[in-house]
Design a protein around this ligand. Structure first.
Ligand code: ADP
Ligand code: MG
Length: 693
């Protein structure tokens, strides 16, 4: 198999465009793609036709506008290319209109009140900057999704808007440093994806996995991850066959799948792609998750993307590696080799520092979900407190800059900051920190709080917007300065002084850090119910409006959607627990108790001791009864929460009232699992599932 030839074979990429399109059309389209310019509609017909011919040649029969509603997953509605001609025949047809706009019925997608259900119309519009591709015989056209009134209903549009904001402000900064060659700045992302692979039969036998994606019951198996033998361990042949197929499918789709390894927990793995421009990385991550599930099915496996499928072993996250790049190929978070480059680097770096400090709330809530609540702050993932790691050396440089003193590290010194005075910065920061939620890793930031199921669009909308806004403030200040170097020096020292509290280079998992963070005044939003309402805080609405990313109405509706979604997830989990409790666990344990009772009477008849049986039967009976009452309690709470119409109050009710009782019920069930004969336990245990492949 020739991988270079196969790579991207299902994608209508630049190479294909160049082959299939007239020269001038290609040039115009490429300009749109490279410079993010509006599309020249007059060429759309030619592009549509070429796209269709190419897709049909590859066996496609249908096309779809592929979009990302606020459900966090992708949506598609397939139409075939057939178009009737005379004599009852058809031709394969695809018009410019079909390429550029679609009109799916929008009424069943969440809009958070922006669009009443009776205004069913929603539009999808082509995003030419993300390539069309063929998936299962269907030509998929990445699109944005808006309402009839122009309100944004998806995750792609605000992402593109946030990229536009970042581009605008970053260019202003570059011009100040005398850079006139760069035409465009764009954020880049490499999203490392964690997941679990389990046997399909195990999955099918667990209603909790089927309905909620995670196990709602399950006692700790005798062996978990304590031997630390899974991380980077040898990959089992079935998993390796899966990974091999997955790579091929992803490569065909033009996704740069690069690194695959076993993760910390048994049955846990990771896939890292090579980074690319953010909107493409976001589309590709969605496609990657979908492909993982599909390929797993072919191997008799199931791919669990939930943040915490199993209690007691590590959950799955997604590391969002983020940087900014120019169209001339310069990574703006790469310390340079000249003083001017280094001053520029520090300016961008400090914009991120200030952004993370001022918008801790937004970053925190951008990764808030019922699933991720099980990870953040649970000593295996970053804490719920947002802080950043920049490494010892950079911290020393920054310290010296703030105090305006000379820095001597590794024979280098920092003098007054300016375009021609700053000496070499530590270029390859080798120190690593695995506990920080937001870590500088030499030439990019790694935002580590994302959950494994997340669309990366949300967190990246926030990242791009907050950094854009800080760059705007920097540019406003510096553009008006009489002496650029002096103004820059001032700005840098002040920014460090005001925002260094967000920098923490120690171990984020410790109790001391939580205390220290509190002293520094950092936010500690422990769960989604606490975090999500911050989205609609006044300062945040102003931020989004200032940068033309969201309107106030959009922010409010999205807050509502996220809060409601939290409640929906918990309702499904609670109902699943009730069902499994009543239909599976309760009767199973009773059957075992009945068997024990039978043994007790026959033993008694024989004059044998039956102390153990009696003790066990009594214990199980008490636990089963207690679990039964917990089920009743959950049922009552679910009725009560239905009466709370305010989304924020309802979310808090789930977090404070419903979850604790769910946990109590689980504790009884897990204890009974340990004490019940294997013959009676109604579904596979953790041991069965985690070591099934
Ligand atoms: P690390 O060892 O810090 O995890 P890697 O080089 O293995 O670093 O990269 C991890 C992820 O970061 C990969 O997905 C990679 O493509 C991505 N990455 C590297 N450079 C950048 C960048 N400039 N912007 C965004 N992501 C990047
Ligand atoms: Mg990493």
């Amino acid at each position: 198999m020739k991988i270079p030839e196969m790579f991207g074979e299902s994608v209508f990429n630049l190479q294909v465009m160049q082959d299939k399109l007239p020269k001038d059309v290609f040039k115009s389209l490429k300009k749109t793609i490279d410079e993010g310019l509006p599309l020249d509609v007059s060429i759309a017909g030619i592009v549509a036709n070429a796209m269709k011919d190419w897709a049909v040649e590859k066996g496609a029969t249908h096309y779809t506008h592929w979009f990302q509603p606020m459900t966090g997953i992708t949506a598609e509605k397939h139409d075939s290319f057939i178009s009737p001609v005379k004599d009852g025949k058809v031709i394969m047809d695809f018009s410019w209109k079909e390429l550029v706009v679609g009109e799916p019925d929008a009424s069943s997608f969440p809009s958070g009140g922006v669009r009443a259900t009776f205004e069913a119309r929603g539009y999808t519009t082509w995003d030419p900057t993300s390539f069309a591709f063929i998936k299962d015989g269907t030509l998929c056209i990445p699109t944005a999704f808006v309402s009839y009134g122009g309100e944004v209903l998806d995750k792609k549009t605000p992402l593109l808007k946030s990229m536009r904001a970042l581009n605008k402000q970053a260019l202003r900064i570059l011009r100040l440093f005398g850079n006139t060659a760069v035409k465009r700045v764009f954020p880049t992302v490499g999203a490392e994806q964690e997941y679990f692979l389990i046997d399909r039969k195990m999955y099918d036998a667990r209603k909790d996995l089927v309905f909620s994606g995670r196990t709602l019951f399950g006692a700790k198996p005798p062996k978990g991850q304590e031997m630390e033998d899974h991380y980077f361990g040898p990959i089992k042949s079935r998993v390796s066959a899966f990974m091999h197929d997955l790579d091929i499918e992803l490569w065909k789709l033009g996704i740069l799948a690069k690194t695959e390894h076993n993760e910390v927990a048994p049955a846990q793995h990771e896939l890292a792609p090579i980074f690319t421009i953010t909107n493409v990385a976001s589309d590709q991550n969605q496609l990657m998750m979908e492909t993982m599930k599909k390929v797993a099915a072919k191997h008799g496996l199931y791919c669990l993307l939930h943040e915490k499928p199993f209690a007691g072993v590590n959950g799955s996250g997604k590391h969002n590696n983020w940087s900014m790049s120019t169209d001339t190929g310069v990574n703006l978070l790469d310390p340079g080799s000249t003083p001017a480059e280094n001053s520029q680097f520090l300016t961008f770096l400090l914009a991120v520092v200030k952004a993370v400090d001022e918008y801790q709330d937004l970053l925190r809530l951008s990764v808030a979900s019922a699933g991720n609540d099980h990870r953040l702050g649970a000593n295996e993932a970053p804490p719920a407190i947002v802080s950043m790691f920049i490494g010892e050396e950079l911290a020393e440089v920054i310290d010296a800059l703030e105090k305006d003193i000379k820095y001597r590290g590794k024979g280098k010194q920092v003098m007054k900051l300016g375009v021609d005075t700053l000496p070499d910065l530590p270029k390859d920061t080798t120190d690593r920190n695995r506990t920080s939620p937001f870590a500088f890793t030499g030439n990019k930031f790694e935002f580590r709080m994302l959950g494994s199921t997340f669309s990366i669009a949300g967190p990246n909308i926030i990242l791009n917007t907050i950094v854009a806004d800080e760059l705007r403030q920097f540019a406003d200040e510096l553009e008006g300065a009489e002496d650029f170097n002096a103004a820059l020096h001032d700005l840098v020292a002040r920014t460090i002084k005001d925002h260094k509290r967000i920098i923490f280079n120690g171990n984020n998992y410790t109790e001391e850090w939580a205390k220290e963070a509190k002293k520094r005044g950092l936010l500690n939003l422990r769960n989604s119910a606490e975090a999500l309402p911050y989205f609609a805080a006044k300062k945040n609405i102003e931020l989004f409006e200032r940068n033309d990313v969201f309107t106030e109405r959009e922010v409010r509706s999205r807050t509502e959607i996220m809060l409601e979604n939290y409640g929906k997830v918990l309702t499904i989990e609670a109902l699943t627990m009730i069902e499994m409790g009543k239909k599976d666990i309760f009767p199973a344990v009773n059957s075992y108790i009945a068997e024990l009772c039978g043994e007790i009477s026959s033993k008694k008849a024989m004059g044998l001791s039956c102390k153990a049986e009696e003790e066990l039967a009594a214990k199980l009976s008490a636990s089963n009864e207690a679990m039964y009452y917990k089920i009743g309690e959950i049922e009552r709470l679910l009725v009560e929460v239905k009466g709370i119409s305010d989304a924020e109050k309802s979310a808090r009710f789930f977090a404070d009232k419903v979850i604790p009782v769910m946990q109590e019920m689980r504790a009884y069930a897990d204890d009974m699992e340990v004490n019940t004969s294997k013959k009676y336990w109604p579904f596979p245990t953790y041991g069965d599932i985690l070591f099934s492949v």
